[in-house]
Design a protein around this ligand. Structure first.
Ligand SMILES: Cc1cc2nc3c(=O)[nH]c(=O)nc-3n(C[C@H](O)[C@H](O)[C@H](O)COP(=O)(O)OP(=O)(O)OC[C@H]3O[C@@H](n4cnc5c(N)ncnc54)[C@H](O)[C@@H]3O)c2cc1C
Length: 405
């Protein structure tokens, strides 16, 4: 047996689980197809994540938050408005302020480069074997163990196999797990901009008819942009040079932060929903995008993955302490029970919000504007939205409560 856990996929959720498990004494083999050099580039490449407060507690518990904290931007307020390109926001809005909760900022904007560098440094852990630039091509499930085959023909054996291998999870499909999925006909354009005026830690979400535009505060006078457009328009905008792209962005972004210019590269992601019909199979569990890929409208994809990590680490650690077989169906069923309903609800909510807001029907517009006005005016509703954004609702795993396993 090479290790207790074999984790396929070293994106973001895989390393988080590797560390969460390793710190409780479980041994882990983490395998990723990417060569390690791609994770070491120190230049800002325009990618970042809105991480809820609960997710940053997990990062703290697994020891990587101190390396990231100083380079992370606290998210103090969120403003949500309806708008159209060139017209500015509508007067109806929802405004969420972290001062209404005791716990602190609702979350932090973390740059991809800092997150990956911190993971990489911490994976040099006595309980973790980190294999990179190697692809898993096959898996065999035994009565008491699971064996994966790598593209060089070598094998690794563990008690439980974790699929953290993204939306096209080979681990899931090799196990016969089917998926429910559909496309949105939208593409997210992702980049970062520098602006003249300070953002004050405020995140903005403008709902435009073709899709939402999120402007998320980064450190200094910089913001991250997640701009959803219909697929054809997005393709046209991506084909423009940087000046042409910024010229299209400006009327949507508005002038409230002064002049803007690109910082880093531009990316495009076709948007779709994908939900594994089961998060577990014999000796297998899926986490992160391998289990669920949702619309980025609420910036919750990675946060949902981090919750999988925290829940699965807790289930496995408790099972081991009780002397159970950590790969048994009974143990893995506890993880599925904890996470699948929550994630299905998140997938349905993000899907519903996208349909409701990416819509120019005047009646629908009027109804949602009134809805936003109501949420904004009722403190109890507003408060629950703030707690939701901070990731503090529901059955929170210990690592997200700031407790140790
Ligand atoms: C536009 C956009 C904006 C987003 N913004 C946010 C945000 O603000 N906040 C947030 O919470 N979430 C956000 N998300 C979601 C977030 O980016 C994803 O949920 C997250 O990156 C998924 O991480 P992962 O580790 O599960 O999967 P991935 O990052 O896809 O990693 C999978 C890894 O598996 C490896 N792999 C695959 N197959 C094999 C194999 N056979 N053998 C070995 N390795 C393999 C790959 O090399 C890869 O490294 C956003 C998503 C999009 C598209």
């Amino acid at each position: 047996m090479n290790s207790d856990l074999i984790i396929v996929g070293g994106g973001l959720n895989g390393p988080a689980l590797a560390l969460a498990a390793a710190t409780t004494g479980l041994t882990v083999t983490l395998i990723d197809a990417q060569p390690i050099s791609t994770h070491k580039d120190p230049a800002f490449d325009g990618r970042s994540y809105a991480m809820a407060l609960a997710s940053t507690r997990l990062l703290d518990a697994i020891g990587i938050w101190p390396a990231i904290r100083d380079a992370a931007q606290p998210m103090l307020e969120i403003k949500v408005t309806d708008g159209r390109a060139g017209e500015g926001p509508s007067p109806w809005m929802m405004h969420f302020d972290y001062a209404e909760i005791e716990e602190g900022p609702m979350g932090y904007l973390v740059e991809d480069r800092h997150l990956r560098a911190a993971f990489l440094a911490s994976l040099d852990h006595p309980n973790v074997t980190h294999l990179h630039g190697q692809t898993v091509t096959d898996q065999t499930i035994g009565n008491y163990d699971v064996t994966v085959t790598l593209d060089d023909g070598s094998t690794r054996t563990g008690r439980v196999l974790i699929g953290s291998d993204g939306r096209q999870s080979g681990t899931g499909s090799r196990a016969g797990i089917t998926r429910t999925e559909w496309g949105y006909g939208q593409t997210a354009l992702v980049c970062a901009v520098e602006h003249e005026h300070p953002h004050g830690g405020i995140a903005h979400q403008f709902f435009m008819p073709p899709g939402p535009l999120a402007i998320l505060p980064l450190t200094k006078n910089r913001s991250s942009i997640v701009w959803s457009e219909n697929a054809e328009t997005a393709e046209r905008f991506m084909a423009l040079d940087d000046d042409g792209f910024v010229k299209e962005l400006k009327p949507r972004f508005g002038s409230f932060l002064g002049n803007i210019k690109l910082a880093g590269k531009r990316y495009s992601y076709p948007l779709g929903l994908t939900l594994a019909d089961s998060f577990v199979a014999d000796r297998i569990a899926l986490i992160g995008d391998a289990a669920h890929g949702v619309h980025p409208i609420a910036g919750q994809g990675l946060n949902a993955g981090m919750r999988d990590v925290a829940a699965l680490a807790e289930v496995l650690t408790n099972a081991r302490r009780r002397g159970e077989d950590i790969g048994s169906s009974a143990v893995l069923a506890r993880y599925q029970q904890w996470r699948r309903f929550d994630t299905t609800t998140l997938a349905a909510a993000t899907d519903g919000f996208n349909r409701l807001f990416s819509n120019d029907n005047p009646l629908v517009r009027a109804a949602r504007d009134i809805g936003m006005g109501v949420v904004n005016a009722v403190p109890k509703l507003r408060h629950s939205f703030i707690r939701e954004a901070a990731g503090l609702t529901g059955d929170l795993p210990k690592l997200m409560q700031g407790r140790r396993l």
